[in-house]
Write a protein that binds this ligand. Structure first.
Ligand code: SF4
Ligand code: SF4
Length: 107
């Protein structure tokens, strides 16, 4: 199991969650943050600090955002487990689920 970041983070990325994560497993994409499912230790520290309630335990992701479970997992298909987001910095891409979303006028 893992935690997942859903649609409200898209084009916001204020990074409040990053400061809470004890294992630095929240990676920055172009439009959204992504939790590495193989590095997350399920501590739950990130969930309450998100100002837009974008973070959910994997089993609790609302149906309307179900695709984001796949997005967070598949984002790391190529990246693998870099062992910490600060090791690689921002990634200049997004999963298709995120990339295909229209850009909000008021992020
Ligand atoms: S649940 Fe804990 S380990 Fe997983 S992303 Fe959130 S803060 Fe990091
Ligand atoms: S705290 Fe929420 S909105 Fe901010 S970067 Fe993390 S998931 Fe995205």
């Amino acid at each position: 199991m893992t935690y997942v970041i859903a649609q409200p983070c898209v084009d916001l990325k204020d990074r409040a969650c990053v400061d809470e994560c004890p294992v630095d497993c929240i990676y920055e994409g172009q439009r959204k943050m992504y939790i590495n499912p193989d590095e997350c230790v399920d501590c739950g520290a990130c969930e309450p600090v998100c100002p837009v309630e974008a973070i959910f335990f994997e089993d609790d992701v609302p149906n309307e955002w179900a695709d984001f479970r796949r997005a967070d997992r598949e984002f790391f298909t190529e990246l693998g487990s870099p062992g910490g987001a600060s090791n690689i910095g921002p990634v200049d891409s997004d999963h298709a689920v995120v990339a295909e979303l229209p850009v909000s006028a008021t992020p």
